[in-house]
Design a protein around this ligand. Structure first.
Ligand code: 13P
Length: 250
């Protein structure tokens, strides 16, 4: 059985005060929730703050990026070990906004996934096609390439710790969610690709999240699908009540 993961990606939103206020309101709302891994991904400066405010509350903290080197002369960058040191347990890697605006490539994404695993953190490997790629009938080709490239050189069982997030670019921040059928079809394809890489037992252990305009209104229909194991939520993770409603999808 795969434990679902509901992760909130705050992107470049929230001050430290707003982050602390979110956690204070959110904790009692999800206190009784069982069988779901809840993850919050605040901006870098608040990782330690959110990790300390959620300590012992079964809520994981994720960075939104890392550098792939353990340390070095890389001004402005943060290593996986540093993220771990402030109490985070996950790192989002290869988000489409990083691929689009910060020149991330399949190769840098792969190096980051490896570095995150080596540091003992859980990578959340993001991938997904653009609208033009979908309209050109290239969804599976793109998603398959990004998955294989992101996991290049990584073997099971270590690899099964990786959480995959399918985020079609055309559904991010647009209010245009993939239908549960569209998402399930890509998730099943991703799991089949994982089985080709690592065998079906290992593929069955990997959590594959959907991301792109997830809201309280559509989470249950998405989660009803066999290969959808959770969500990576952007806009709807910024308000405690809305994110709590998504966490409590059951
Ligand atoms: P939205 O939920 O705002 O569409 O963002 C999705 C996302 O990019 C999560 O990483």
């Amino acid at each position: 059985m795969r434990t679902p993961v509901i992760a909130g990606n705050w992107k470049m939103y929230k001050t430290g005060g707003e982050s602390a206020a979110f956690v204070k309101e959110f904790l009692p709302m999800v206190a009784g929730v069982k069988g779901v891994e809840i993850v919050l991904a605040p901006p870098f400066p608040w990782l330690g703050l959110v990790a300390s405010l959620t300590a012992g509350k079964k809520i994981g903290v994720a960075s939104q990026n890392v550098h792939f080197a353990p340390e070095g002369a890389y001004t402005g960058e943060v290593s996986p070990a540093m993220v771990k040191d402030v109490g985070a347990r996950y790192a989002i890697i290869g988000h489409s906004e990083r691929r689009q605006y910060f020149a991330e490539t399949d190769d840098s994404v792969n190096r980051k996934v490896k570095a995150v695993l080596a540091a003992g953190l859980v990578p959340i490997l993001c991938l997904g096609e653009t609208l033009a790629e979908r309209e050109a009938g290239k969804t599976f080709e793109v998603a398959g390439r990004q998955l294989r490239a992101g996991l290049e050189g990584i073997a099971a069982p270590d690899g099964t710790k990786v959480v995959v997030a399918y985020e079609p670019v055309w559904a991010i921040g647009t209010g245009k969610t993939a239908t549960p059928g569209q998402a399930q079809e890509v998730h099943a394809f991703l799991r089949k690709t994982l089985a080709e890489l690592w065998g079906s037992g290992a593929a069955d252990a990997v959590r594959i999240l959907y991301g792109g305009s997830v809201k309280p209104e559509n989470i249950a229909a998405l989660m009803a699908n066999a290969d959808i194991d959770g969500a990576l939520v952007g806009g709807a993770s910024l308000k405690p009540a809305t994110f709590a409603a998504i966490v409590k999808f059951k």
